[in-house]
Design a protein. Sequence first.
Length: 460
Amino acid sequence: MTNEELRTQIAELLSKRELRRLRDMLVEIRPADIVERISELSPDDMAVVFRILPRQVGADVFEYLDADQQKTLLSSLGHERAAVLLNEMDPDDRTALLEEFPPAAARQLVQLLSREERSIALRLLGYPEHSVGRLMTPDYVALREQWTVGQALEHVRAQARESAGNLHILYVLDQTGKLVDDIRIRDLLLSPLNAPLANLMNHSFVCLNATDDQEVAVHHFKKYDRTALPVIDSQGHMLGLVTVDDVLDVAEEEATEDIQKLGGVEALEDPYIKTPLLHLVKKRASWLVILFVGEMLTASAMGFFQSEIEQAVVLALFIPLIISSGGNSGSQAATLIIRSLAIGEVTLQDWFRVFKRELAAGLCLGLVLGFIGFLRIAVWSTVGNAYGPHWFLIGLSVSFSLVAVVLWGVLSGAMLPFLLKRLGLDPATSSAPFVATLVDVTGLVIYFTIAAKLLGGILL
């Protein structure tokens, strides 16, 4: 049965109020697939679905809804059912949901939690925004370093129900709760029952601090290829762990923000389709105004060379060619370097190495475009005498200008992200449109300066 057929069947069962049959059908479907099939239901119908689902199934499905759907659903359900969903949610997912509510509404929802869950929620919300503490869950299996393998396995079996999703890595703590080491469950299962747990420990573990920025977590997960990492406080006491599903969400958000900035748009807090029109216009207008003002300098530059243009109108024909080539090459370089900085391929210390590489790359690219530009002028002049008797010097002016402008554009696009990062700013702010605008203005100056040198006393 296709997804569309299942959606239709769910809608029919709801309309006929055959709720027992609907529940029996839904419990056979994975939670993520249930969300896909009920996502188009009205808030009232979705509330009905959650009222009939078994408690744990409903909690699992609820975690797969996006934040807007969760907020709508909670307002449609009564306090009792809403409390069930909130209490059954994973602490990290619940924290992400509470962050979406205004403070007053979040406080009301926290009051629906049990005393234990309320304490956990308030503790996680107490960490700084965008910190690792907001991502972690306190559900993990802790072992004592003085235990044997057999004692450790007995403890794992006793704790398996609460931490079923986090059993592949076990964490060894000392008497004070400080993290001593982590052990893979595989190593535990393959060891003799009477072997001391200390025999499996090498004290070489990776952890996060609760106050670390979430981007640090993304970096650690990528670098160490882990599916979960422990979180400690400043004294080394274990507080919880962060799982890879939460880090993937952070990585997606960070990548989306960088891509939007690269396009010359302020980062959107909500999905594009759900962002109010006026808010969307505001996010885009600010950068467009800045770029528009910058492009006004292009008109000023052309005004400065007005006499040259009047004496050799043919030079104006190649202005779009020159400035677009410089802007495009600068945008390419900026995009490559911004992304390399974001994923750690290059660091601030690599700026001179990048400079040398881009100097060589810019020169090669400029020579390629310069040759094509000269060839184009030569062919047109041979076929139709389009550029007059001095076409050769015009071709050289365009060709040399392309080499210089492309080289300048590449170096500007490559170095500007390093400069912004050095100043503590987001390198993605040096967006492709911004670099293109910068090179447009300077490209005109380079073009007419070279043309004046080569054509002075002939056309100028």
